[in-house]
Design a binder for this molecule. Sequence first.
Ligand SMILES: Nc1ncnc2c1ncn2[C@@H]1O[C@H](COP(=O)(O)OP(=O)(O)OP(=O)(O)O)[C@@H](O)[C@H]1O
Length: 394
Amino acid sequence: MKLDTRAIRYLTGEDWRVLTAVEMGSKNHEVVPTTLISQISGLRGASGVNRSISNLAKVGLIAKVKNAKYDGYRLTYGGLDYLALNAFIKRKSVYSIGNQVGVGKESDIYVVADESGKQIILKIHRLGRISFRTVKANRDYLRNRNSASWMYMSRLAAMKEFAFMKILKDNGFPVPTPLDQARHCVLMELIDSYPLRQVTSIADPPKLYADLMALILRFASQGLIHGDFNEFNILVNEETQQPVVIDFPQMVSIDHTNAKEYFDRDVQCIKTFFERKFKFISDDEGPTWDDVKRTGKLDIEVEASGFSKKQAKELDKYLQQVTQLDEREGGEAGDISPDEDDEDEIEQSSDVEEDDDEEEAEGEKYGGEHSNLSKDNPEMKNEAKTPRALSSGV
Ligand SMILES: Nc1ncnc2c1ncn2[C@@H]1O[C@H](COP(=O)(O)OP(=O)(O)OP(=O)(O)O)[C@@H](O)[C@H]1O
């Protein structure tokens, strides 16, 4: 799923209203009927609405869907991306967009720039991209019998990530500074470092190991467990050797039912990695659950930030299902975007751009591992220094 922003500057005010109407309509309609789009958009005259619908479908922001009872449209990931970007542009958080620098299992990472030209990171959450070739019942469950569920879950992941990053940063943890959040997207400080997995020179592995274990304990003392603390989510600066932790949608409280399991897994991940990569085995066992002494309660305080306990539970339930299914499938869950997954329902009209080849190629690229495009392709990193302006006005 590529972020193609070429059309953003050509959308008219009416197009934006219609796009927003499709988004609103999809909250309770899997396929939003044209009449409803027209009604929500508040635009007078069917011709204007139809023109916008056709414009939006042409650039793949909405897709026509044939339903048993009626025809209508649904928002695509591209459409949701545009809405989020537009919110950032209006708030002056984003001015231009650069290159993709990372692909996670459930997100895309881009370098963007604000109005002053400062480079920042845009993380687009894409939950539901991993769709499962298992029984349809699983897919239906994951989607809550509603295609809007991938949008909702991706938004929850972004909200959670932003809320946790904020409270962690405010409390002196080494995490990127969170800058803004809209829909399923988060803006954050760009850390000029590579994931530990890719860093070639670690001057003092025992020291970094000790620092990371101390960090796991420090999180826990504040009531939190990262839950995915591994060589992909720890960025290490090659000069200073300082770690910065990223990726928070799976963070849990030390009071969570599976807290001990997650804590032990975080510790074990670091141990295994250091042994494999640096042949380093520590003399001591590393921190255990018994070492955790609560001195703070960021897990409770974060609830006041706009990401509620109820939302945390919903996301947690979804992520647990995904993990279980992934394990059952031996980690070979297919990478299929919601856009592609609904393919059989989509009318293959010239109005709808569905680039299947591209999706397949991307699926291979993810291959269960992260590929940091900037590291592999230095040219891309340079290109990212001249992000493309998004809005026409400026
Ligand atoms: N703030 C940042 N600064 C620099 N690079 C970043 C930043 N955030 C993410 N990245 C890059 O993007 C990659 C993916 O980011 P992240 O781990 O947040 O995505 P994810 O989809 O949650 O990954 P996962 O597959 O672990 O679920 C990172 O490995 C890193 O290379």
